[in-house]
Design a protein around this ligand. Structure first.
Ligand SMILES: Nc1nc2c(c(=O)[nH]1)N[C@H]1C(S)=C(S)[C@@H](COP(=O)(O)O)O[C@H]1N2
Ligand SMILES: [Mo]
Length: 399
């Protein structure tokens, strides 16, 4: 026993509450359940982190990153998976915390420098995970009782959490592997019989089965917001993608964006300028007189819902050509909203700007755009996050 160990033992806490020896005897609080839940969380957190990172890169692309406009369905699937794995992680995390919480009360609090580091990491892992999952859930449910910027905080906390997760897996891999291997052996000798539990009435297998059922239930209850055949079953989904003006949900209304007057102004002009030899200025009638193109494209919101619709309007590439923009140029699309407010503009990278289906849409599902969908003109293109499908467009600036 080290000196440190001895000193810590002398200051041992009174043997009360969770520090009482033997207070957690249930077999559920044991390594194998912890290991299985750890494996499931490892998978769900990894998928959630990578899809979230991808969404961040698409919205804030560094120099080395380019997001293609094709295949059109990719962002919808990755962002649907991001929110679905985040939601599925909640019952997994709660179950895992329940299984392992007795260990939070071990005494001495740390046995060595390495053990101390592991415990500090655990603090960030548990705190970070709870923060990520509950602010994420709040955000998609539009319950946002905080004043910080959710995307910025969610993004920073994701690095802390995933870093702590990697360290945690590194520290626990051998324990988990041992626990799972032992289980294999035990299963071979004991056959399919469930493990009886020391103090409780639920077998470990029963417990893990209940957790799996909870994961399945929350998934089916929400994933219909992006997987259409399950829409009717998704009673807990924050969005029903079938409901909204013209059959498409609305996140920000014209009123909340403060554009009800300007969007209806009779002297509306779309300016198409920037780095082009022939800047354009077009009235709504002039836009309607140009060759129109129809495209079936999805709005895929970062909140995890998505909705497909038929859009009709002027391809951005036609206007790029009319204005004489050099092949391969990019553009900034600005709305009537005050510049600097959230989602008031978006960037069209070359692959998006020149994709034939990237439209300045005037119609949705066969009708003139509803004002909440961006009347008079909105941007819609394949494989873009919903936040980059700018509504109430009034200026395009070629860069
Ligand atoms: N100008 C502007 N465009 C915007 C937004 C916004 O707040 N302002 N919200 C975006 C978000 S978050 C989404 S998901 C889509 C939703 O489009 P919809 O309301 O037509 O479904 O619009 C995007 N376009
Ligand atoms: Mo969105």
């Amino acid at each position: 026993m080290t000196q440190l160990d001895e000193r810590l033992r002398r200051f041992a806490p009174p043997r009360i509450g969770p520090f009482r020896p033997g207070v957690f005897r249930g077999r559920l609080h044991q390594e194998r359940a912890a290991a299985w839940l750890g494996v499931a969380l490892g998978v769900s957190f990894t998928v959630c982190f990578l899809t979230g990172l991808l969404s961040h890169l698409i919205q804030h692309p560094p120099q080395w990153f380019a997001w293609p406009s094709r295949p059109a369905w990719v962002y919808r699937v990755t962002q649907g998976a991001h929110v679905a794995t985040g939601i599925a992680s909640i019952p997994l995390l709660l179950a895992k915390l329940w299984v392992v919480y007795p260990r939070f009360w071990t005494w001495p609090p740390f046995r060595s420098a390495g053990h101390l580091v592991e415990r500090i990491t655990l603090f960030f892992l548990v705190g970070g995970s709870l923060f990520m999952l509950f602010t994420g859930l709040g955000s998609i449910a539009r319950f946002r009782p905080w004043s910080f910027s959710f995307p910025a905080a969610h993004y920073s906390a994701s690095w802390i959490t995933i870093g702590a997760l990697v360290a945690h897996v590194g520290a626990k891999l051998h324990v988990a592997a041992r626990a799972l291997a032992r289980e294999d052996r035990a299963a071979r000798t004991a056959g399919a019989r469930g493990d009886p539990v020391g103090t409780g009435t639920l077998s470990r297998r029963g417990f893990l089965g209940a957790v799996a059922a909870a994961v399945g239930a929350v998934t089916i209850a929400t994933v219909g917001q992006t997987v259409r055949p399950l829409a009717a079953a998704s009673v807990l989904a924050p969005r029903d993608p079938r409901l909204g003006p013209q059959g498409v949900p609305v996140n920000r209304t014209a009123r909340s964006a403060g554009v009800t007057q300007t969007a209806r102004a009779p002297d509306f002009r779309l300016t198409f300028g920037g780095n082009v030899p022939t800047p354009l200025e077009l009235t709504l009638d002039e836009l309607r007189a140009l060759p129109q193109r129809e495209a079936v494209l999805a709005i895929a919101c970062v909140d995890g819902w998505s909705a497909t619709a038929t859009w009709r309007g002027v391809p951005v590439r036609d206007l790029l050509s009319m204005a004489g923009a050099p092949e391969g140029s990019a553009a900034t699309v600005a709305s009537l909203q005050a510049p600097g407010t959230a989602y008031a503009s978006s960037e069209l990278e070359p692959s998006h700007a020149w994709d034939p289906d990237t439209l300045l849409a005037l119609e949705l599902n066969g009708e003139v755009l509803h004002i909440d969908h961006g009347f008079p003109v909105r941007l819609i293109g394949p494989n873009r996050p919903g936040v980059m499908q700018t509504k109430w467009v009034h200026a395009v600036s070629v860069t």
